[in-house]
Design a binder for this molecule. Sequence first.
Ligand code: ZN
Ligand code: ZN
Length: 178
Amino acid sequence: MEAGQLMIEPEIKERFDRFIRDKGLRRTVQRDVIVEAAFSTEDHFTAEQLWEMSRRIDPSTSRATLYRTLGLLVESGLLSEIDLGRDQKYYDPNFVDHPHHNHLICVDCGKVIEFEDDHIETLFDCITRRLGFRPTKKSMRIEACCDQLRKDGICENLLEMRLGKRGPARKATAPSSN
Ligand SMILES: [Zn+2]
Ligand SMILES: [Zn+2]
């Protein structure tokens, strides 16, 4: 991602601005940069990776502002904290456009596939209601082994991960069942 090529939906900016205003906070350039960075990607990222992305737009972005803004983004519901079964927390910017997506994660190479499925949705609802609850947030994580490493003995994703070029949470998309 290069600075200057950023595109984020105005709706996201508006929702965040409204949230900030309602909290009695001021809009700041630093915060805007971080929001821009977070929603200019469809990849899942760690706080550290978001800091790097933000610093590519504005090198003066401070870590303190990053953590504060990250907290606000999660609180506002725009960004979701997700558990990819790793020792770090990941953040997912894709729930705004795909509020019902789930994750399939390769335990070998870290590849993450997002998928949506109507049957799982129905199942979540049925189970939750049967137990007398009302579903609020539902997401499923499947850990599995992708075929590539087994078939080819080598996998681009694994290499990238070992070389540290990229975090393990790179996202690919799967066709929806809808
Ligand atoms: Zn996701
Ligand atoms: Zn794999």
